[in-house]
Design a protein around this ligand. Structure first.
Ligand code: ZN
Length: 854
């Protein structure tokens, strides 16, 4: 497998040819599709005579240059390149080729999702449709005609505006779409199917009317209301916040069941995993509703940050993704609660990105090389990328950031650019020198800031020292430049006496604050102003979780305090009385119930694994279980009361206060679940039966599944009966059972693979059952190695169907080097088995090879 070659950022060269415009015809038949591709091409580099088009597994039918059929000596087709020799300066190339969408299980290029034919072309799927210069810096104007059976495929869609409908007598029909905005091939899309539609419209700030359509399986139309509402909110927000207006007559969204990712921002024709479109209160949880709002907005915001201004090459992915994630996070904060949004964004970052950053697959937000680009759609590029944009915003301020974004839009509209152009705009409009800041794009790993404090006669000194980890190549890295928001609280009056944004720029620094009346308590990295780990000698978590005015620091302190206590338990000590009291204090808090639900949450096992080596997973799980149980026994009455006060089974509204009530009472129910008593399982069963919302049902099932085999079976078979026709809901069914804490879960997961609803070709189902099992720490890390063995076996099986899915499942092994030697040994056997499998995909090879060898 060693001949698999990496691609390097430093090797970037401009394209030798450009494609001025391209006209495509898709002739769709049951067994195959014929693609007719006419490109007007201009030679850009006079030295060059050979045009090499990217082309994977295509059956060529015809090849004509300026209307003349090409002789076989004029072209070659090997190593995924169709090369045309001796090209003139400008010419028209006509290619006809055949593809087989119903055999395409990789879900890249043109493929079937059930009865729908659709595309996924980012990053390099278009080369599986027709030969092309499949790179983001080749931007072209596309005109696309889709022709298919009228009955089977009444809906025919592509990018841009609808131009013409064609009829023919043989039961076939066609539609031509024209997209006036030049775009790279990865934003190209086609959809054909017999779909239901929900129609609406939006009038832009310059009074242009846009037709909004959401297409879905027939019968699901009523589940598109929330997605449509979210789309209109996003369109309005982008006009108000960034002055960005939509630019086509149509904005179409199609929901499909088989999709590798969440959604794809194809120009004017977004294709979505149905998970991020369809929802009503009886089939979707509150978290699903939030997820839909955020992903719909994310894809919409790409129209400017990604589509109008795109990436020069795939090493620039964070240019569009980091920025667009930042935009969708701030949108969700504006639509809902800023505090809760921030806490949940940071939580995701720490659980996914910090873990990645501490693993052999750690990479900068702008990677320097890759084998399979599919492996770089990572939490680092997306979530850490968004944190980097947020830091720029914090450093230069709201107004400067707005002006810099306007400059970026004005200057680079219609171009394929790099992160340097973005940073240039930020710097030019703000006057803030970002040279030192750029290291955030080039270095990997999570930096630590070590903090020491001293106080004497009204003078407080804060000494900071940056500890920057080596990168995966074991090279040294430089100190960073970033904003650090802090506050000081008077330790006697609890008053906030200093609030400042410091700039950390050197390895070691000292910040001095004078004129203080009393000793102070430091509140550091407020709002998580930088994606770093803070190490403090004697942090006052208890004080901060009770008195800090920054909701983020309060939450973080509650988590950190619990982690400290968990360390004590791991060292064989008891839970300190003060901690129990502090937790009791949180239980008594008034105010925002959603926030309180977060404060009461105990750290996850993943959070416990951070900054640890030689991990014994089972020990961590036991410590956490013990902490939870002791707290719940101590405050049982209060928690039951919390549940009873806020449990309103008949309320199915999706507004902030109803969602907050569900959040707090479900937190209470989950906590009570650890008691594993008859009484609690009765409460959970009652909730399952009575509640109208999916949110309540899912939590009830989770609690039941962990406690009571009998009631769990009863509830789950009822659930199955009700929802077995709804694959989206069945994803929850599989996930709940795969995350069970009861013995024998692996056997049950294996049995569920044979369930008639399960289909290993559908990524959502694989993620729900196998992916969830891989996150079930207790059984994935089973001491007999059975969890590792099972996952490895499944990865090999899935790799033959869908390489992208397989490499994403393999991510569960990233923790390898941090485990104790016993677990490492067990995991190693399985990883070696995967990597030595014949004809393993390059996606999977890249991940597993890194895990084993870095
Ligand atoms: Zn995106």
């Amino acid at each position: 497998m060693k001949e698999i070659e990496a691609i390097y950022l430093k090797d970037y060269k401009k394209p030798l040819y450009c494609i001025k415009d391209v006209t495509l015809v898709f002739d769709i038949f049951d067994e195959y599709t014929v693609v007719k591709n006419t490109m007007n091409i201009i030679k850009e580099d006079q030295e060059s005579n050979e045009l090499a088009l990217d082309s994977i597994d295509l059956e060529l039918l015809t090849l004509k240059l300026d209307g003349v059929e090409l002789e076989s000596s004029r072209y070659s087709y090997e190593d995924e390149k169709l090369t045309i020799k001796d090209t003139p300066q400008t010419f028209t190339l006509y290619i006809e080729n055949k593809i087989y969408p119903n055999e395409n299980t990789e879900l890249e290029g043109l493929y079937n999702s059930g009865d729908i034919i659709c595309t996924q072309n980012e990053p390099e799927g278009f080369r599986r449709i027709t030969p092309y210069l499949d790179r983001p810096d080749v931007m072209s104007v596309f005109t696309t005609t889709v022709i298919a059976d009228r009955e089977k495929y009444p809906v025919l869609l592509s990018n841009g505006n609808k131009r013409q409908c064609h009829d023919s007598f043989d039961n076939r029909h066609g539609v031509t779409w024209h997209d006036p905005h030049p775009k790279p091939a990865y934003l190209f899309a086609v959809v054909a199917g017999d779909l239901g539609v929900v129609e609406d419209s939006f009038v832009t700030m310059s009074k242009q009317e846009v037709a909004l359509n959401i297409y879905c399986d027939k019968g699901n139309e009523s589940k598109c209301t929330h997605a449509m509402h979210s789309l209109k909110s996003a369109m309005k927000w982008d006009e108000e916040k960034y002055q960005r207006e939509y630019d086509l007559e149509y904005y179409n969204i199609v929901a499909v069941d088989s999709f590798n990712m969440g959604a794809m921002e194809n120009k004017g024709l977004n294709i979505f995993n149905s998970h991020y479109v369809l929802a009503d209160e009886t089939t979707a949880t509150d978290a699903n509703f939030m997820g839909i709002e955020s992903v719909i907005a994310h894809e919409y915001f790409h129209n400017w940050t990604g589509n109008r201004i795109t990436c020069r090459d795939w090493f620039q992915l964070t240019l569009k993704e980091g920025l667009t994630v930042y935009r969708d996070q701030t949108f969700s904060a504006d639509m809902n609660s800023e505090a809760i949004q921030r806490i949940s964004d940071v939580k995701t970052l720490k659980e996914r990105q910090f873990v990645e950053d501490a693993s052999p697959t750690s990479h900068p937000i702008q990677p320097k090389s890759y084998i399979s680009m599919n492996n770089f759609y990572t939490a680092t590029v997306y979530e850490k990328g968004a944190e980097v944009i947020r830091m720029i915003h914090t450093l230069i301020g709201e107004l400067n950031f707005f002006n810099a974004m306007q400059l970026y839009f004005d200057k680079f509209d219609g171009m394929a650019v790099t992160v340097d152009e973005f940073l240039w705009a930020m710097q030019e409009a703000s006057g803030h020198d970002l040279t030192a800041f750029k290291l955030w794009y080039d270095q990997s790993g999570t930096p630590t800031l070590k903090v020491e404090e001293s106080y004497e006669d009204g003078v407080y000194r804060l000494n900071t020292k940056q500890i920057v980890p080596l990168n995966v190549e074991k090279e040294e890295q430089k100190p960073y430049y970033y904003p650090l928001k802090i506050a000081l609280f008077d330790e006697i009056t609890y008053e906030c006496v200093v609030e400042e944004m410091l700039i950390i720029s050197k390895e070691s620094e000292e910040f001095v604050f004078k004129g203080l009346k009393n000793g102070v308590v430091l509140s550091i990295n407020r709002d998580f102003s930088a994606p770093i780990i803070v190490k403090q000698k004697d942090p006052k978590y208890r004080f901060l979780m009770m008195h800090d005015t920054n909701s983020f620091v309060r939450y973080e302190s509650a988590q950190a305090y619990a982690l400290e206590v968990l360390e004590l338990l791991l060292a064989g000590k008891d839970i300190p009385r003060e901690y129990k009291e502090a937790y009791g204090y949180l239980l008594d808090l008034d105010g925002d119930l959603s926030y309180k639900a977060l404060l009461l949450e105990l750290p996850t096992v993943t959070a416990m694994m951070q900054n640890r080596e030689d991990i014994d997973v089972q020990k961590l799980i036991s410590a956490r279980e013990r902490l939870e149980k002791e707290l719940v026994l101590e405050y049982r009455e209060k928690i039951i009361q919390l549940y009873e006060t806020h449990h309103q089974p008949k309320n199915s509204e999706i507004d902030a206060s109803s969602m907050a009530q569900r959040a707090i009472k479900n937190r209470a129910l989950k906590l009570l679940g650890c008691l594993e008593t008859q009484e609690i399982s009765q409460i959970a069963y009652k909730q399952y039966e009575e509640s109208l919302t999916m949110t309540d049902k899912v939590v009830a099932l989770e609690v039941l599944e962990n406690i009571s085999q009998e009631l769990s079976q009863k509830a789950f078979s009822d659930f199955y009966e009700r929802y077995s026709n709804d694959t989206l809901v069945m994803n929850k069914y599989f996930a709940l059972l795969a995350s069970s804490k009861r013995d024998g879960v692996l056997q049950r997961v294996e049995q569920l693979e044979n369930d008639e609803v399960f289909d290993i070709k559908v990524p959502n189902l694989v993620r729900s059952l196998i992916g969830t099992f891989a996150r079930n720490e207790k059984y994935f890390h089973a001491t007999d190695g059975s969890g590792y063995k099972y996952l490895a076996k499944k990865i090999i099986e899935v790799d033959k169907i869908n390489a992208q899915m397989a490499s994403s499942l393999a991510g569960a092994f990233k923790i390898y080097k941090k485990l104790n030697s016993k677990s490492q040994k067990l995991m190693k056997v399985e990883l070696e088995c995967v990597v030595s499998t014949q004809s393993i995909s390059k996606n999977l090879f890249e991940i597993v090879d890194k895990i084993l060898n870095k």
